[in-house]
Design a protein around this ligand. Structure first.
Ligand code: GUN
Length: 293
């Protein structure tokens, strides 16, 4: 069994990005610049955004954190988005989700200039991704594709089962893996809550991507020997024995499934760490595509 080590792979990608930044600086150009907008005080969101800002510093990017109060109106946030769209010193930005209930998330995501949409959440980027045009692919599917590529997992002609049809993970994964290109070309099945014969499907699969958010969902009796297993779930489960009071649990029953799998992502340390690296990669892409041209 080979561990798909997201910690190591994301560190490699960040090193590559840092090397690019060094080259940029040597040419007397400004570094890429990522901005993050955080509305309110949600604890998990604050941690995520802090990690994104810290990651920028590590690779030599500039970063700007814009904190807005919990009572921010939709109009105020829209104005902030418009200001970031117009600011030439910023290559890409994200509006951290979830947003407070008075703000319509869809309206905000639609207001982001697709050229600065390094989260890849704008329909223009989703559509361009689906059509194999230059786009920003959302961090989680982009990170999974990188793990597949960097571990040279054979996908061509393989049966892939994606479990979960969310707009930010399951659906884009099903599209990316079915495309006519290297590390894709798979025969993809997209399973979801109405799927009737999941175990039958999973037993026939060479690769299974699970993105449900249900801890320990995938059990050993659902997996054939030699399957590649990619676990996108990270649910906080109470754990009084840990200092934080919780532990992170994936959608795959790792202890049961790992011995049967050819490759598997651990949780934590698998897909999770890849997401920040891919956000940085998208920011570098935004800089290279639109700043230097
Ligand atoms: N909240 C949880 N994950 C994400 C993410 O990838 N991007 C944004 N903007 N918000 C999030």
């Amino acid at each position: 069994m080979i561990l798909l080590d997201g910690k190591k792979t994301s560190a490699d990608i960040k090193e590559e990005i840092a090397a690019e930044v060094t080259k940029i600086i040597k040419q007397n150009k400004r570094p890429p610049h990522l901005a993050a907008v955080l509305v309110g005080e949600d604890g998990a969101s604050m941690t995520y955004v802090k990690n994104k800002v810290r990651a920028c510093e590590k690779v030599g990017f500039e970063s700007t954190l814009i904190r807005l109060k919990d009572s921010t109106t939709e109009e105020e946030l829209l104005q902030q988005v418009h200001a970031l769209n117009a600011d030439d010193s910023i290559d890409g930005f994200i509006v951290q989700l979830p947003l407070p209930s008075q703000i319509n998330e869809e309206k905000i995501l639609l207001a982001v200039d697709p050229k600065k949409d390094v989260d890849g959440f704008h329909p223009t980027n989703f559509g361009r991704m689906a059509l194999e045009m230059d786009s920003f692919i959302s961090a989680t599917p982009f990170g999974i594709m990188q793990l597949i590529e960097r571990y040279e997992i054979e996908t061509s002609g393989k049966n892939v089962l994606v479990v979960g049809r969310s707009n930010i993970v399951g659906r884009p994964m099903s599209i990316l893996l079915s495309q006519k290109k290297p590390f894709a070309n798979a025969t993809v099945t997209l399973a979801h809550s109405r799927t009737k014969n999941l175990k039958e499907l999973s037993l026939q699969s060479d690769i299974i991507v699970v993105a449900l958010g249900i801890p320990n969902f995938l059990k050993a009796d659902m997996v054939s020997e030699g399957t590649v297993v990619i676990d996108v779930g990270i649910t906080r489960v109470d754990d009084p024995s840990s200092a934080k009071g919780y532990k992170l649990v994936g959608d795959v029953d790792y202890d049961e499934v790992a011995p049967k799998s050819s490759h598997i992502t651990p949780v934590p340390g698998g897909v999770g760490p890849m997401t920040i690296a891919m956000l940085l990669q998208n920011t570098l892409l935004a800089y290279q595509r639109y700043q230097l041209s």
